[in-house]
Write a protein that binds this ligand. Structure first.
Ligand SMILES: *Cc1c(COP(=O)(O)O)cnc(C)c1O
Length: 319
C-alpha cells in the first residue's frame, strides 16, 4: 500500500488515449478512443484525483490538519479521499450512510473492501442513518462533527464543488481538440462540468448518468451557465445508482476480453455500453471521432462481486 507522497497532487498527469478496435466500430466507420484516467492511481484514480487535487491544496493552504467528507459504503470518493489524505499528510473523516454498518465495525470492514481500504489509510468513520444523512450538510450537523473531531476542511458528497470542477478541466489536453465528442459517466455532474468548460469550439460532451432522475442537468448548469455544447443520454442507468443486471456484467467481461480494458459496473461500464449502443443505432455520423473518459472506479468491483457471489450470479472478471 502507498504511504506518503506529499507532491502527488502537484503532478500534471496526462493520460494516454487508447484506440478501441471492435468490428462494430469498423462497420459504422466511427473511431472510439478511451482516455485511461484509471491508470493515474489504483484508488485515487480517474476523476477522483482531478476532483481532490485543488481541494487538498486548498486545505493545506488554509493550514487544515484534516478533511471531512461523505459517502455510501462502496463510494469511490470515500476510498480516494482516505488514500489521498494519507499521501499528502491530512487526517480524514468519513461520514458514511447507513448506521447499521457501525454496529459491528470489524465485521463491516471484513465484508467491505472500500471501507477496509479507507480504514487502512487512517480514515475515521461516523455512521449515520439514511434519514440523518439527508441533513448531513446542515449547519447543525457540521457543528456537531467539529465538536467531535476538531477543525476540518469540508469536501461535499461525491467531491463536487468549484475547485473540483477546476481540476476536471485538466482532463482534456490540446491534442484532444481532434475529437468530435467527449463522453463521460455522470454521478454528481462535477466531472462533466469540467469537461464542458474545457471544450474547444465544435466539440460536444455527452454525459451518461449512472443514476435515475432529472436533477443532474440543473447541477451541471450551476457550473456551466454559458455553455450549451452538451447533452445527457439518460437511458443507460440500468435501474439506478449501483444497480446492474446480468447483461451489464456480461458486457463488462466481454469488453475486457476484447480490449483488455477493465470497466466498473457503477459508472464506466454503463457509459461504454451506452456509447456502443448509440453507435449501433447510427447516432453518430460516419467518420465521427469519440473520446470516452475512463474515470476509474475499479476499486468498487470487489464490493459488487461480493454481492454477486451471494446471489450465485456470474462475477466480474478481474486480473
Ligand atoms: C465518482 C465517479 C463518477 C462520477 O463523477 P461526478 O463528477 O460525480 O459526476 C464517474 N465515474 C467514476 C468511476 C467515479 O468514481
Amino acid at each position: 500500500m502507498s504511504t506518503t507522497n506529499p507532491t502527488f497532487f502537484d503532478t500534471n498527469f496526462v493520460s494516454e488515449n487508447q484506440q478501441i478496435l471492435l468490428p462494430i466500430l469498423e462497420e459504422k466507420k466511427v473511431a472510439l478512443f478511451i482516455k485511461r484516467e484509471d491508470l493515474i492511481h489504483p484508488i485515487v484514480s480517474g476523476n477522483k484525483f482531478r476532483k481532490l487535487k485543488y481541494n487538498l491544496q486548498e486545505a493545506k493552504k488554509l493550514k487544515k490538519k484534516a478533511v471531512l467528507t461523505f459517502g455510501g459504503a462502496y463510494s469511490n470518493h470515500i476510498a480516494a479521499t482516505a488514500v489521498a489524505g494519507k499521501l499528502v499528510g491530512l487526517k480524514t473523516f468519513g461520514i458514511i450512510r447507513g448506521d447499521e454498518l457501525g454496529k459491528n465495525l470489524p465485521q463491516t470492514i471484513a465484508e467491505n473492501a472500500t471501507l477496509k481500504v479507507a480504514q487502512d489509510h487512517g480514515m475515521k468513520f461516523h455512521f449515520i442513518s439514511r434519514e440523518l444523512y439527508r441533513q448531513k450538510s446542515s449547519f447543525g450537523f457540521i457543528e456537531k462533527m467539529k465538536n467531535k473531531w476538531g477543525d476540518f476542511y469540508l469536501i461535499p458528497e461525491g467531491g463536487t464543488n468549484c475547485l473540483a470542477v477546476d481540476g476536471c478541466q485538466e482532463i482534456l489536453t490540446p491534442q484532444d481538440a481532434a475529437f468530435d465528442y467527449v463522453c463521460a459517466s455522470v454521478g454528481t455532474g462535477g466531472t462533466l462540468a469540467g469537461l464542458i468548460k474545457s471544450l474547444k469550439k465544435k466539440q460536444k460532451v455527452i454525459g451518461f448518468p449512472a443514476l435515475k432522475g432529472n436533477f443532474l442537468s440543473e447541477e451541471i448548469k450551476k457550473y456551466t451557465i454559458k455553455n450549451n455544447n452538451w447533452s445527457l443520454k439518460k437511458d443507460y442507468h440500468f435501474g439506478g445508482y449501483a444497480k446492474y443486471n446480468k447483461e451489464l456484467i456480461i458486457f463488462i467481461n466481454k469488453f475486457k476480453a476484447d480490449t483488455g480494458i477493465q470497466l466498473d459496473p457503477v459508472y464506466t461500464g454503463k457509459m461504454i455500453f451506452g456509447i456502443l449502443d448509440l453507435i449501433e443505432k447510427d447516432t453518430f455520423k460516419e467518420g465521427a471521432k469519440i473520446l470516452a473518459i475512463h474515470t476509474g472506479g475499479l476499486q468498487g468491483i470487489a464490493g459488487i462481486n461480493n454481492l454477486l457471489k451471494q446471489k450465485e450470479e456470474p462475477l466480474i472478471n478481474v486480473l
